[in-house]
Design a protein around this ligand. Structure first.
Ligand SMILES: [Mg+2]
Length: 225
């Protein structure tokens, strides 16, 4: 049985256009023209003039009444890049902090699973975690500044996926990408280095299975226990 190279993937702001969909819901919630809500937001959306504790109520409305996690658009290229990497033998581990409001977990988890299937995003592990560094991965992709900083501080390889919430980070993240083409290349470079270090063959081309693959890409490698 071979080891896996694990890619830890954040969803909101990286794979799912969380802020774009939330902006539509906020316009409805407040009854304002969407053009009055800036797209240049930071984490927790202070630019939209939310009242104290209003974010939690808005978020609950968005998930339970507007299916936020099912109705968000994918970010361009995310599904295709993750599919190619998954086929090449990278183990996709989704790591998301979506369960931060009590008593809406069934809706949040169900919408997440449906969305991942609907957009053809392959994965073997689905982790709902606040402290993402507690979940092992060989490389992570993240957009929230505090998560990027924590992962880096713990010596993890993390790719910062640029959006308005993190582009002003100071000091700048060690690794930063602006789109999924760059993200895919960064992960592939790390993965191929990891394969070479183990004397294992590389996939013949992007999106192809490596020659020593034990199973077709739709089957997980069997594990004991
Ligand atoms: Mg995120």
């Amino acid at each position: 049985m071979k080891d896996d190279f694990v890619f830890g993937v954040d969803l909101d702001g990286v794979c799912a256009d969380f802020y774009g969909r939330m902006r539509e819901v906020m316009a409805e919630w407040r009854g304002v023209d969407i053009s009055t809500l800036t797209e240049e937001v930071s984490y927790e959306l202070p630019e939209w003039g939310l009242l104290p504790n209003e974010y939690t109520r808005l978020h609950r409305f968005a998930v339970t009444q507007r299916s936020l996690f099912l109705s968000s658009n994918p970010i361009a290229g995310a599904a295709q890049s993750i599919r190619r990497l998954g086929t090449e033998g990278v183990r996709i581990r989704i790591i998301t902090h979506r369960l931060f409001i009590r008593y809406f977990h069934k809706a949040a988890v169900a919408q997440t699973v449906d969305w991942l299937d609907q957009h053809g995003i392959p994965y073997w592990d689905l982790c709902f975690m606040r402290d993402k560094a507690l979940v092992e991965a060989d490389i992570y992709i993240e957009d929230t500044p505090s998560n990027i900083e924590t992962l880096q501080a713990r010596g993890k390889a993390v790719i910062a996926f640029t959006n308005s919430t993190n582009k002003h980070m100071d000091p700048a993240p060690i690794r930063r990408v602006d789109d999924w083409n760059q993200a895919e290349e960064t992960v592939r470079h790390q993965y191929y280095t990891w394969l070479r270090e183990r004397g294992r063959p590389l996939p013949p081309a992007p999106g192809h299975q490596p020659p020593d693959a034990e199973e077709p890409p739709d089957f997980a490698s069997p594990r004991a226990g």
